[in-house]
Design a protein around this ligand. Structure first.
Ligand code: NDP
Length: 386
């Protein structure tokens, strides 16, 4: 007879192991009754519904924005999903496709792009290319019969924007410009507060969007449509328009292009501009590629002031109201801007509605940018041609 005894720790281990063995033996036994699941799910548990229809996106251009923001955001989308990629770098595209479960047969390059027409999984195309390529790839996308979500700035001229809108109409497909802030709650609340008169008559809006851009970067290339106004100044321009609900009459602008910084051989470092609106409102904006980050606006009305910190950032928005000698901060649940924007575009396709930021919205900003460029060239006030 084998004699052994267990110290307390060994005894507990032995008993636990025996219990596990007995339990697994029971599980293997065909006659053992299965463990019954609870009758009801806990009331707080949200069981997701399967959407009846989703929108499949082809992502065009696998650069910084696509890889770091847009593709990860699909995980938070309800009705948008990535189904195809377009890239000039097949190895990168293959890796990205594997990471996001995209069928490797749905990989395209800029030469095979038009073959998207034959891919029924693709409903919409998201253009995330250098600005000078937005018009061409949007128009080719419509010719392939797809809906198009195009990054800002819509294009590099009013003429290109007009062609893109015409191509959308000819194809009977939707065009949306990716103004993500129009789909995020802090900027949406700021719009409501301004439009509902919380500040009284709005007299001025100041806005700043600056960052330190290092070479090489598409933003520093004139040929690729770079420069601070189209890249970051456009956020200030769009904010003046969405906060006021007005279109500007004219513009004055000035720029600085340092001679001793090789980054700024082709584009200015900084641009400052003032937009005058029919109500008398002045919108003062500045943008730069040579400073620390600044992404804020201040709306000054007769009865109060609204400040937004990180107004144009991907996250970190803070909305503050100064009124009647008090300072209050609005508390809202933040969202992923890109998920909100892609779902909104998908919903507009699924319900056949005009998107909140259609091509005309992008065109309105490019008209102002052309007036800014003219004012810088001539040194005079430039009318905005609506
Ligand atoms: P990147 O330079 O990081 O990416 C651009 C991608 O375009 C490249 O990676 C490349 O993809 C493709 N490409 C095709 N042809 C060229 C070319 N001739 N030169 C360079 N790239 C080319 O730029 P971003 O991702 O930062 O910006 C892309 C667009 O997104 C711009 O329009 C920008 O304004 C917009 N943007 C919008 C933001 C927002 O918050 N809404 C924020 C940042 C950018 P591949 O290698 O796969 O071919």
């Amino acid at each position: 007879m084998t004699d052994f005894h267990l110290n307390e720790l060994d005894r507990r281990t032995f008993l636990a192991t025996s219990a596990t063995l007995i339990a697994s033996t029971n599980m293997l036994h065909a006659d053992a009754p299965p463990l019954a699941p609870p009758d009801k799910q806990p009331a707080h548990l949200q069981v997701p519904e399967v959407p009846s229809k989703t929108i499949g996106f082809a992502i065009v251009g696998l650069g910084q924005l696509a890889l770091e923001q847009v593709l990860p955001a699909f995980a938070k989308c309800k009705v948008a999903r990535p189904v195809a990629l377009v890239s000039g770098h097949p190895d990168k595209a293959k890796k990205v496709a594997a990471a996001y479960g995209i069928d490797p047969r749905n990989l395209y390059n800029y030469q095979t792009y038009d073959k998207l027409a034959d891919n029924r999984e693709v409903d919409a195309i998201y253009i995330i290319l250098p600005n000078s390529m937005h018009a061409e790839y949007t128009i080719r996308g419509f010719k392939a019969g797809k809906h198009v979500l195009c990054e800002k700035p819509m294009a590099i001229s009013v003429a290109e924007c007009t062609e893109m809108i015409a191509a959308s109409k000819a194809a009977n497909r939707k065009l949306m410009i990716a103004y993500r802030l129009r789909y995020e709650p802090f900027n949406m609340l700021a719009i409501d507060l301004c439009h509902q008169g919380e500040l009284g008559k709005i007299k001025s809006i100041t806005a700043s969007h600056c960052q330190d851009v290092q070479a090489p970067n598409i933003r520093l290339s004139k040929a690729l449509g770079g420069g601070p106004v189209g890249d970051v100044g456009i956020y200030c321009i769009n904010a003046f328009r969405y906060l006021s609900g007005e279109e500007p009459v004219d513009v004055t602008a000035t720029e600085y292009q340092p001679q001793d910084d090789t980054r700024f051989r082709e584009v200015p470092e900084s641009v400052a501009f003032t937009l005058r609106f029919p109500s008398g409102l002045l919108g003062c904006g500045d943008c730069s590629f040579g400073t620390a980050e600044s992404r804020c606006f201040r709306v000054q009305g007769g009865n109060g002031i609204l400040d937004m910190e990180s107004a144009f950032g991907y996250r970190g928005q803070r909305l503050l109201l100064h009124k009647n000698g008090r300072l209050s901060e609005y508390q809202l649940a933040p969202v992923d801007h890109f998920a909100a924007e892609m779902d909104a575009f998908s919903e507009s396709i699924l319900t056949n509605q005009i998107p909140k930021t259609p091509g005309e919205e992008g065109l309105a900003d490019i008209r102002i940018i052309e007036a800014i460029e003219e004012s810088i060239r001539t040194g005079r006030i430039s009318a905005v041609r609506h």
